[in-house]
Design a protein around this ligand. Structure first.
Ligand SMILES: Nc1ncnc2c1ncn2[C@@H]1O[C@H](COP(=O)(O)OP(=O)(O)O)[C@@H](O)[C@H]1O
Ligand SMILES: [Mg+2]
Length: 386
């Protein structure tokens, strides 16, 4: 199997990691030679399919599947338009992506199939969340405690040229689940916990059987399946929710390959969502049974003599990374670390049979970095505002 991955940033690195774990050969196309996934894959190709569709097609025709790993609408539309000529399935569903790109539209559909959402404004009262309908990566999300905050939040949304979503501010664990659909039926996979840094960026993912009760996991799976079938999903999406004391409240769906959570799932359970997606599109789903294991997936960043946990946006600045299984006692890592280097990034993946074992092994990794690199401190930021 040879897979073309279009986009060499965070989603592209994720896709290469998963493809390698599935034993696939990887080709990464990016218009930037410096895109980090270019140094991880088997064949980097510096090319922009919107500018050179013929060149891109020649690459795609030599592959068994093509997956977009980007959120640029122009590029996604170009790839969608090439579908018939690639001679390989495009692992992407533009119609579902368009629905998931608007939180207003997807909330409407989710409400219509009975998905529990945060209460809408104004019924919810304060504190409320004010966020743009069509951005991603927590851009423009604010909490409002009073009318002035609402005004400020709405101005931020307006400055982004976007429509606002206003809803109840819900508290609890952030959880995520992936769903793969074939256009008619859909299947939900494994729940993960997403941990945020002080900029609300994801710094760590936990995958283990104790993230939620079995009941909540089952319900989350059903929510994912119901939504995917309601939108006719024919690819991969993730569902993000908060587990509140009153139960799950869904924040959003995104119909594209996510970063971070699939790698954590693969490490913990052996279920490889890229393999599932590819084999589902080829009509023979791998349907691997999850093994009961645990994992911790996290980003760290060394700067100014201090080791910090970092969100994935910061990790995206990694330079010509490589896979380094075993680095500092991890099971796998993506890194530009070199001994003696003063600034570097790493994604560290630690596995364990139990949640505790994964936590212990991840903590031991940090200790080893501090020790081997003679660093005094690990700064592990958490959200301050919320
Ligand atoms: N109703 C809400 N209550 C509490 N936190 C929220 C709510 N909506 C969004 N957030 C916070 O903002 C982050 C980004 O919001 P989200 O809806 O996931 O949009 P996106 O990831 O597309 O920017 C979430 O991960 C969560 O931390
Ligand atoms: Mg989100």
């Amino acid at each position: 199997m040879r897979i073309a991955i279009v986009g060499g940033a965070l989603q592209g690195m994720e896709a290469v990691l998963l493809a390698k774990a599935a034993g696939y050969e990887t080709v990464v196309l990016d218009r930037k030679q410096s895109a980090p996934a270019m140094s991880l894959c088997d064949q980097p190709v510096c090319l922009d399919p919107t500018k050179d569709p013929e060149g891109a097609l020649r690459i795609f025709q030599g592959c068994d599947a093509v997956i977009p790993a980007c959120e640029e609408m122009d590029l996604l539309k170009t790839l969608d338009g090439m579908k018939g000529k690639m001679g390989a399935p495009l692992l992407f569903d533009l119609r579902s992506y368009n629905i998931s790109s608007s939180k207003n539209r997807s909330n409407e559909i989710m409400a219509s199939v009975g998905v529990p959402l945060p209460q809408p404004w104004p019924q919810c009262g304060f504190p409320a969340i004010v966020k743009p309908a069509s951005q991603s990566g927590s851009v423009g999300v604010t909490v409002a405690h009073n009318d002035d905050d609402v005004k400020r939040g709405l101005e931020i949304v307006k400055s982004l040229n976007d429509e606002p979503v206003m809803q109840e501010f819900v508290h609890g664990k952030s959880v995520s689940i992936e769903v793969i659909g074939n256009g008619t039926t859909a299947k939900s996979y494994v729940t993960t916990e997403v941990c945020l840094d002080s900029n609300y960026d994801c710094k760590m993912v936990r995958c283990n059987p104790n993230i939620m009760s079995e009941e909540d996991c089952e319900l989350f799976g059903k929510i994912g399946k119901d939504v995917a079938e309601a939108i006719g999903l024919s690819a991969l999406m993730d569902v993000e929710a908060i587990l509140t004391p009153k139960g799950l409240r869904v924040l959003e769906i995104d119909a594209r390959i996510p970063s971070q959570t699939p790698a954590a799932i693969e490490a913990a359970t052996g279920v490889n969502l890229l393999e599932e997606l590819t084999t589902t599109a080829l009509g023979k789903p791998a349907d691997r049974k999850p093994v009961e294991g645990s994992s911790i997936y996290r980003h760290v960043y060394l700067k100014d003599g201090k080791l910090r946990s970092s969100g994935e946006k910061e990790f995206g600045h990694v330079v010509r990374p490589r896979f380094a299984p075993g680095l500092f006692g991890s099971d796998n890592s993506i890194t530009d670390y070199e001994p003696g280097k003063e600034e570097w990034h790493a994604t560290l993946i630690s596995k364990g049979r139990t949640e505790q074992e994964a936590e212990d092994r991840a903590a031991a990794c940090i200790e080893r970095i501090l020790d081997e690199c003679s660093i005094d401190e690990f700064l592990d930021g958490t959200p301050e505002m919320i």
